[in-house]
Ligand binder design. Structure first.
Ligand SMILES: [Fe+2]
Ligand SMILES: [Fe+2]
Length: 200
């Protein structure tokens, strides 16, 4: 533990803090690595590879919600279209955040349409009617929620910034899943998720 120095209580600092001189010296080495400092506990290349999957997932969600917003038809479809549109915008926001993070870590965001469907965790399923669209979006959101929760546990404290970003995205994906579930209940008159008991 060369970077640690046992401090006396009167020095008033926590004993786990790195000596300030060493901290300064370390920051001056390998400055071409930008934010990747010695305490960055992950292999940045590995994190970039994971984030490319998240990026593809978000892009597929942008495309699916946009297509749904344009093609949704039927009685009271206007409010559903608005919901699809709002989700498309939010997925685009997630895409941008993930792309920025890949860039910060020294990677190039892969937004190529080539191989997009196989890179993405969620699927692009069009849905033949309004209810099918809502159902497919709910399924896609459930995939994203499950995948992102797993990634958040994986990042833990090894890359806190990526973890916090993913936590913020997960909050939205859970809202999206809930929105789609509410729409399904409204259109089909019953909850679709197993274990969800309708109000008496
Ligand atoms: Fe998203
Ligand atoms: Fe979403």
């Amino acid at each position: 533990m060369s970077g640690l120095r046992k401090l006396k209580p009167e020095e008033g600092l926590m004993p786990f803090l790195t000596d300030i001189q060493q901290l300064r010296a370390k920051a001056r080495t390998n400055i071409q690595q930008g934010l990747i400092t010695p305490s960055y506990k992950e292999d940045a290349k590995h994190i970039i590879d994971i984030l490319q999957i998240v990026l593809a997932t978000e892009l597929v969600c942008v495309l699916r919600y946009t297509m749904n917003a344009v093609t949704a038809a039927g009685i009271s479809s206007e409010s559903v279209k608005k919901e699809f549109d709002e989700h498309a915008r939010e997925e685009l926001g997630h895409l941008r955040m993930v792309a920025e993070r890949i860039s910060q870590l020294g990677g190039t965001p892969n937004l190529s349409p080539e191989g997009l469907a196989s890179r993405s965790a969620s699927q692009y399923v069009e849905g033949a009617n309004l209810v099918e669209m809502i159902k497919e979006n709910l399924i896609a959101e459930r995939i994203a929620c499950e995948h992102y929760r797993e990634l958040i546990r994986y990042f833990a404290d090894s890359d806190p910034v990526t973890r916090v970003m993913m936590e913020g995205i997960l909050v939205k994906e859970e809202e999206h899943a809930n929105d789609m579930h509410d729409l399904l209940v409204a259109y089909e008159g019953r909850p679709m998720l197993p274990g969800v008991v309708p109000d008496a």
